[in-house]
Unconditional design. Sequence first.
Length: 149
Amino acid sequence: MEKISKEIIKQVIEIIKDLHKTATGYEPEKNLRSESDLEHIVYEAIKLGQKISHGNDRNPNNAEVGTFLMHEITTRHPFFDGNKRTALMTFLYFRYIELSINLTFEKIDVHFPKSWDNKDDKVVNFMLELAQRKYTYDEALKFVRETFK
């Protein structure tokens, strides 16, 4: 496997911080609980992508890496507030990144919850339960594959 450069990790962290600001309105530097946790999450996501593609012709599915990032951001809480929103935005970004270089979330035909209070909403319930650690990564990936087609 290739060595993971610090520059790549920093680039992905900056994307996540931008998504955090978009999702929450918070300045990431003021709302970041643990830079090292976020670095570790990103490192492990990149490592997962390398592991999936190493030794075979299969590239990692963006759902796999995006789900890993969503799972880890939601359960490890690298931010003081807005982890579920940031995790969902990060998943959507990495899941749909290869569709278009100029992709905006308004163009994606998926549901983004306006409130976490709607307990009848499938995505809201999933994110709330994910935050409570009721899903493993594999279970989260199964949900993602069934829900976000």
